[in-house]
Design a protein around this ligand. Sequence first.
Ligand code: ATP
Length: 459
Amino acid sequence: MKEIKATMDKVVNLCKTRGLIYPGSDIYGGMGNTWDYGPVGVEFKNNIKRTWWKRFVQENPNSYGVDAAILMNSRVWDASGHTSSFSDPKMDCKNCKTRHRADNLIESNSKGKVNADALSTEEMQTYIEEHKVACPHCGKFDWTPIRQFNLMFETSRGVTDEGTNKIYLRPETAQGEFVNFLNVQRTTRAKVPFGIAQIGKAFRNEITPGNFIFRTIEFEQMEHQWFCKAGEDEKYYNEFKEKALKYVLDLGIDESHLRFHDHDKLAHYARAACDIQYLFPMGWNELNGIHNRSDYDLSRHQEFSGKSMLYTDPFTNEKFVPNVIEYSIGADRLTLALLCEAYDEETLENGETRVVMHFHPAIAPYKVAILPLQKNLGDKAKEVFALLSKEFMCDYDEAGSIGKRYRRQDEIGTPYCVTIDFETLENGTVTIRDRDSMEQIRINISDLANYVNEKIKFN
Ligand code: ATP
């Protein structure tokens, strides 16, 4: 297995000091489990989202994007089952007043041997009592009974108190794709099978958020629903498993840090479900999910909205409610996985340690850093910046020794550093340094954009 050099502390610290991710509402002492992406982080996450969109929408003639409203008619959540059953089993420690998830307590008590997802509330209660599972915070065994806690954030709309309606911040983006099935199918004249994809914010009042951006109360999802005919669902489920795995491998995650995990307990409508897990610093955990959801979603919306979701096959005239294969991955969770995967500490010949983020160039926040060797080369360097920044994100840095500037760029994973020196003024050439090999070559300024564009492609 490829060695992992990242620890959560090192990654969090680097993110904070290098402008990737700061604690939310920082000057007010923060707000638990909210995080703000800084100048470097916003580029990184946007690039990740772009690679996903490219792979799953742009390169697929049968997939279409949407950007649906976060606030939806509450009936959507009745139809999807979220108002009745989108909950986690919570327990409070009466001694230290901390809140915990019963399923997590059981899984850590049994060292992963018991799959708490497969247990009912009563069975979980019995397990905790029989094994005297203590509070991980204070060590006491003094619990409230397990209660199912709905994870949706509620808010209200309307101008007067009497006239207000309860609405929810969406807990997933998927419903925005389901409710637009008819719109997209009709306006694009798409034929089943086809897909609808969306990237957007989701909100969950998680009982135990934490581990940096792994589990937060506000996060972004990248979701793709594939509408197909019953009978073809299994084939597409397997295809999406492969595509989802290939995507993260192509982003540079080592195969030994990824594994499939099949769900033992399936929702009553689901035919199959699995996660791809990543070996995060705190252990194996879900990175994304792939679900074969049968015709449940569209059938439920048909029932609750009264609109027919029947699709007529133009060749056979057969009418059916399409099945759905869902592929869902958190943009922030993937960001964390890619940060951990890229983190490296190398010992240099002079004995110094260099921290370097080996990001795939396509997702690197900045593609090139422009570094004038001396301040009086600044005019020429700014010319090069103006030229290259029309093509991709560039950083400009003239402060400190060239060695220190290289180190700063290594820490934010900039794949190329371009140095402007006196020879540049004479013959229009610059040195370009490769982040990973640290090798330098000399090339013409006029060739720079093509050179870099070739290297930063995500295919
Ligand atoms: P988990 O078991 O970790 O709570 P889940 O099975 O509830 O996740 P889904 O509802 O399938 O997750 O959501 C799809 C994806 O969205 C997950 O695979 C994950 O990448 C991301 N995700 C879910 N919840 C969160 C969260 N609270 N913070 C960040 N990302 C999340």
